[in-house]
Ligand binder design. Structure first.
Ligand code: HEM
Length: 423
């Protein structure tokens, strides 16, 4: 066998197997071609930890990747996605300073420690109600029946959206996702995402109008009241609606994948699941390790604003860049035994929430949800087994996760789930 055939195939976004298990292919890029140009996507992949960390802070890489795309469309195409353009251009995640600084500052003021403290008991209640609803069931779909609804309910609680709206609001948010994260070709995906954005915007416009008249304890009321102490600046109605849609969207799909990815990782390392069962106080550390080992974001996307030199190559203005967080989080230069899950290992900070000015705004909430959920579900389910070896992984460059996760639950103590393939 030649040396080259001993190497794993490099990460290739045109191959679904690369999404099922990206790690060997990313490891090959990280070692041999740390700034790789992918001919299929015509984009750069950055795979080393230090490079990723440095580039998230480099203003030569812009987050404003939608406006150039919107600008390139013909007028009639722009009209077809008018709501997407109107609201998504106001998402802080797609803006650069100074616009980003302003939007983030106003939104953060409504997203602080006080609110997180208030969320703890609410999350506990949601977790236990979902688990009560599953009591005694021997087969469940972990995504549809726990990991999906929990973060959606929590973010809806936070925004003040009634529980009765769960199915509708979640379906709409999933349709907006078609525009953002999906690499799969859905012929009418823009039309579906546009209709969903319009419906969500109408919903939140109504909520904003209601809360302007009668503020409550919810996040929408806080976002309306948020002011820059220096100049009294506030979010406009369009920005309020855009921020609500962003929080709804960003707040659940990723956390769903943290819950499912964390459980998949534990099932692949049975000694770790036993450790967490025995020491539930390790939950917060375990969650950090789930995020590092197989986090919900494969990458974060950027567009080159000014030339950037790296590893003897030049990224040129207009080119797309994927900062491969999943590859950075397994970089052996930073993490010992990076391909092993070790829930009590002291490690360098992972990059699963990004880094720098766009670091996830909602990370305290995601951490809190998972830290409450894991001990609770392990206490209820003495044995957990995957009901299938094959999983349908999202074919997305940005979002990593599975669409379904059938589990067999044994409610009798003593039986142990069998280990599954490690990644
Ligand atoms: C485990 C769950 C989560 C993960 C792994 C995650 C990951 C990320 C990452 C990687 C970014 C940076 C994106 C970029 O710069 O392109 C980000 C940004 C963001 N996230 Fe999260 N996120 C999670 C949960 C949440 C939750 C629960 C919320 C809100 C309730 C949230 C709200 C946001 C917002 C608003 C931004 C934009 C921040 C900015 O641009 O300044 N995220 N997240």
């Amino acid at each position: 066998m030649s040396a080259s055939t001993d190497l794993p195939a490099k990460f290739d976004p045109s191959d679904p197997a690369s999404f099922a298990n990206p790690y060997p292919g990313l490891a090959r890029l990280r070692e041999h071609d740390p700034l790789h140009f992918d001919p299929h996507l015509r984009a750069w992949f950055v795979t080393r930890y230090d490079d990723n960390k440095a580039l998230t802070q480099n203003l030569a890489l812009s987050s404003d990747r939608l406006r150039p795309f919107f600008g390139s469309l013909a007028d009639d195409r722009r009209r077809d996605i008018a709501s997407i353009i109107r609201y998504l251009s106001r998402w802080m995640v797609f803006t650069d300073p100074p616009e980003h600084t302003r939007l983030r500052k106003l939104a953060s003021s409504a997203f602080g420690v006080r609110r997180m403290n208030a969320m703890g008991p609410l999350i506990e209640r949601r977790v236990h109600r979902l688990l009560d609803g599953l009591q005694g069931r021997r087969e469940i779909d972990f995504i549809a029946e726990f990991a999906g609804p929990l973060p959606a309910l929590v973010i809806m609680d936070m925004l003040g959206v009634p529980e009765a709206e769960l199915a509708r609001v979640k379906a709409l948010s999933d349709r907006v996702a078609l525009f953002i994260g999906s690499a799969r070709l859905t012929p009418d995906k823009y039309a579906v995402a546009e209709a969903a954005t319009r419906e969500l915007a109408d919903y939140f416009l109504g909520l904003v109008a209601a809360r302007r008249g009668h503020p409550t304890q919810d996040l929408v009321s806080d976002l309306i009241a948020a002011r820059d102490p220096e100049n009294g600046d506030a979010l406009t109605d369009d920005e309020l609606v855009a921020t609500c849609i962003l929080l709804l969207f960003a707040g659940h799909e990723t956390t769903t994948s943290l819950l499912s990815g964390g459980l998949l990782a534990l099932l692949a390392f049975p000694e770790q699941i036993e450790r967490l069962r025995a020491q539930p106080a390790l939950a917060a550390d375990a969650v950090e390790e789930f995020l590092r080992y197989d986090g919900p974001n494969l990458s974060q996307a950027r567009v080159v604003a000014e030339p950037v030199e790296l590893h003897g190559k030049t990224m040129k203005p207009g080119e797309r860049v994927f900062l491969m967080l999943a590859a950075a989080n397994r970089d052996p230069a930073v993490f010992e035994r990076p391909d092993e899950l070790d829930i009590a290992c002291e490690r360098a900070p992972h990059l699963a929430f990004g880094w720098g000015r766009h670091i996830c705004l909602g990370f305290p909430l995601a951490r809190l949800e998972a830290t409450i959920a894991f001990p609770a579900l392990l206490a209820r389910w003495p044995a957990i087994t995957r009901a299938t070896d094959t999983l349908d992984w999202h074919a997305s460059m940005v979002f990593r996760g599975v669409s379904a996760m059938p589990l067999q639950l044994d409610w009798h103590a003593g039986h142990r789930g069998r280990p599954h393939q490690r990644q």
